[in-house]
Write a protein that binds this ligand. Structure first.
Ligand SMILES: Nc1nc2c(ncn2[C@@H]2O[C@H](COP(=O)(O)OP(=O)(O)O)[C@@H](O)[C@H]2O)c(=O)[nH]1
Ligand SMILES: [Mg+2]
Length: 231
């Protein structure tokens, strides 16, 4: 008797669960017009006279936005590994910041702390809005790049935290930035933003070369040199 695994993979809301139910002739997996109804792996076994097929229905492959989606994608990788021996590494990014000589950080609209601080230091913005006194764990983008490259050599299906394990508050960040840039960075009246976690600090899985000074210094060099406009 032959047996084997068949993973049903693809984009959300494309009929994967419907297909599984048809193949099995029973309503095993939940289907519906809303994407992401399937959140876990569903195992359905089709038994014929001469073979057994293990069908794995999976959540659709999505670009993860929020926490539940991130966890779903992490689980998808685990199931692909068990079904097809896919090798992977999962990186949980904390606050990636800093710059290389060529590339730095900016967004439109800008919401990230260090670029906003740099805008104030450069006189492009009058002051910095501060939301509470929560701390975040910053890691230099070059460290993140080095870690990715080193892990490629031994993909062993692990989950890694990419942070430095130190929490830095907005006010501490502003103080360091003022010292390094020699500019005054006025902050607006503080107000708490609902739903923001107070502290997000990793238990890091790797040593890093760059500390917070290097992160802010490199960001300053990049922004001062013209930032995105230069490249
Ligand atoms: N028109 C059409 N709709 C389908 C087909 N297969 C599934 N659907 C519908 O598409 C929606 C998503 O199906 P579902 O199986 O939950 O998709 P999944 O997210 O890929 O598992 C449901 O409303 C299904 O009824 C099909 O072959 N044709
Ligand atoms: Mg489904």
């Amino acid at each position: 008797m032959k047996s084997g695994y068949v993973s049903i993979i693809g984009k959300p809301n494309t009929g994967k669960s419907t297909l599984l139910n048809r193949l099995l002739g029973t309503k095993l997996s939940i289907t519906g017009p809303k994407p992401q109804i399937t959140r876990n792996r569903i195992l359905g076994i089709l038994t014929e006279d001469d073979c057994q097929c293990y069908f794995l229905d999976t959540p659709g492959i999505i670009k993860p936005g929020y926490e539940l989606q991130k966890l779903m994608v992490e689980n998808i990788l685990k199931w692909y590994h068990s079904a097809h021996n896919l090798k992977y590494a999962i990186f949980r990014y904390f606050n990636v910041a800093g710059a290389t000589e060529k590339n730095g950080e900016c967004h439109d609209p800008e919401t990230h702390l260090i670029p906003l601080i740099m805008q104030v230091a450069l006189g492009q913005k009058e002051h910095l809005d501060v939301f509470g006194s929560g701390t975040r764990d910053y890691i230099h983008v070059s460290d993140v790049a080095d870690i990715h490259i080193s892990v490629m050599d031994y993909l062993n299906c692990e989950t890694y935290n990419l942070g430095r394990g130190y929490g830095i508050s907005v006010k501490e960040m502003v103080k360091i930035a003022e010292e390094l840039t020699g500019k005054k960075i006025p902050i607006s009246k503080e107000h708490q933003r609902k739903g923001d976690p107070i502290n997000l600090i990793s238990q890091p899985d790797f040593k890093t070369k760059h500390g917070i000074i290097s992160i802010i210094e490199s960001a300053w060099e990049w922004h001062k040199g013209g930032g995105y406009g230069k490249n």
